[in-house]
Write a new protein. Structure first.
Length: 221
């Protein structure tokens, strides 16, 4: 990576993350600008299938909070997916995925953990939401922090690692092989958002219903 880009990498990452957020806002505005068709086309069928998956996950977690949980999970999934897919764009600065810079996965993981606690307090009440942090395990707060660290390291390790490998390969073999590495990088780029979302859903189910629902949430996923 050139020295100039490396010096300005934090700013590039922030700008790219804002670009992803802006694209999602525009797509959401366009998608909801007109009512769905009575005879849906392929694009609408695909969008409805994705939406149904998030709604189904939210309903499995807690039917009372579907209107809160489904958008929360969908937002995390889409932010991570589009951030990862920036790596395939043929634009020098824009092709740096925000998720390859550790502060972004860490921020997303903290949003996932804190968001789960906020949703738990919203659905069950503030008292029940706070009780999850100290009961039945007084060190549950430490567990939540370690969960955030685990989520961030998993995402960063897969996306950042692929970017580092592609850069090292490009220095040795500048043509052909880097394209193969980037193509293989699409696998973790699409799988990691799903993994992140399912683990967040599992954490949210535990926050709402306790440890007894962990295995049930894993089977549902």
């Amino acid at each position: 990576m050139p020295g100039t880009i490396e010096r300005h990498l934090p700013y590039i990452v922030v700008v790219n993350f804002l670009v992803v957020a802006a694209v999602l806002l525009v797509l959401g505005k366009v998608a909801t600008a007109r009512p769905p068709k009575e005879l849906p086309d392929r694009l609408q069928n695909a969008a409805e299938a994705v939406l149904d998956w998030f709604v189904d996950q939210a309903r499995r977690i807690d039917p009372r909070g579907v209107r809160i949980i489904a958008p929360f999970l969908a937002s995390l999934f889409l932010m991570i997916l589009l951030s990862n897919l920036l790596a395939v764009l043929p634009v020098p600065l824009l092709r740096i995925p925000p998720t390859s810079y550790f502060s972004v996965p860490l921020g997303l993981a903290l949003v996932a953990v804190v968001g789960a606690l906020v949703i738990s307090a919203r659905v069950q009440g503030i008292g029940a939401g706070l009780r999850h942090l100290f009961w039945p395990n007084p060190l549950q707060l430490v567990s939540e922090l370690s969960h955030a660290l685990s989520l961030s390291l998993r995402l960063y390790g897969n996306i950042g690692g692929e970017l580092i490998v592609a850069a090292l390969v490009a220095q040795v073999v500048p043509y052909g092989i880097p394209l193969v590495v980037h193509a293989l990088g699409l696998i973790p780029a699409t799988i990691q958002p799903v993994v992140f979302t399912l683990l967040t859903a599992n954490s949210l189910a535990i926050a709402l219903h306790g440890r007894g629902t962990k295995r049930k949430a894993e089977r549902s996923a």
